[in-house]
Design a protein around this ligand. Sequence first.
Ligand code: ACO
Length: 381
Amino acid sequence: MELTKQDLYRPGMEGIPACYSSIGFIDGKQGILQYRGFSIEELCQNSTFEEVAYILIYGELPSSDQLADFSAELVKAREIPEPLTRIITQLPKEGHPMTVLQSMTAALALYSEGTSFSDSKEQAQAMIDIIAKVPSMIALFDRYRKGLDEVKPDSNLGHAENFLYMLSGDRPSPTATRIMDVCFILHAEHTLNASTFSARVTTSTQNDPFTAISAAVGTLYGPLHGGANEKVLHMLESIGSKEKVRGFVENKIESKEKIMGIGHRVYKTKDPRASILQNLAEKLFDEVDSSQLLDTAHELEKIALEKFSAKGLYPNVDFYSGIVYNALGISTDIFTPIFAAARTAGWVAHWKEQTDNNRLYRPTQIYEGSPARSYVSIDKR
Ligand code: ACO
């Protein structure tokens, strides 16, 4: 029997493959996440964001020379083109940093040396530019809107440490640096989520990586995707204390509202990234005294498990990331841009994979509008 469009249709394309990919792997039932075959736990334990970006793009562990060259290229590419610095420092200060980032990643194309992006050197430079410049643009906008002077990148610092330095103007502690690095690793890739799919669709029209990544940033911004980390922190702050959690959850269930940071399209167990972040948050709170939020989060996780685990709803990565960034002193609306900064590595790897083996995305639809009818001139309506 031939399958109809109705047989094939799945709302939100749930479970429908849209490409072959060798970049990331998820087993949502067992809570497994791997980049190019390497488990997220092993990468967080042993690697750095720079190395993870290399692995995602090129598929293999780099030799020490390859890693040193790649890291040096990233350091060299951190400066934002001067005209973009001027634009960023004239944008409305109250604008959301994700809107700034979406516009500025697209604008990077105007200052890129490449034109065709079919040459492997041009491709490599464009990918480096995106990964290196996105954190600089986030830090510049954050400082400008707070009335602070720009902090230029420091070539002696690694990717995560330099980002924290450019945000605050102070050298971060080794713990803060390591935590930021792990957060970058954890968010670097996650198969065909909405933003990566968006990047691949844009790439499939033979687009440059800046345009593809700009589309992905826009898609990530929504509260059902990257925007959830910001919402989780607001939610925990509004709950106020551990004692108020049960009432909060019961109200949400009654009003059929979703609880931010809970649930995932793919994971039907606890998101492995949430477990890693939870451990980090606990370590961080041994150093920083601000454990009220963590206590509220623990209680919320406990009650959410009690109420929702039968439905396959567990904490996702965003449940703990906001608490960690908050403890690092980062402004709440910078949380999603940090997610984007990390995900640039995965997005450019998908841009390259799609470019190397492209076919234009052009799905179909099930038409349910009016049958054919005649136009009526305006005086007869
Ligand atoms: N709180 C309460 N109930 C929920 C939640 C939640 N957070 N998430 C899903 N449900 C319920 C739904 O109400 C629905 O129940 P029903 O079958 O009784 O109607 C069922 O679980 C299925 O929900 P869907 O929204 O259809 O699941 P979907 O796979 O489309 O959504 C999503 C996944 C968007 C992540 C959803 O769980 C959600 O909105 N979570 C909150 C936002 C969030 O944390 N987003 C971050 C995702 S991770 C990331 O992007 C990095």
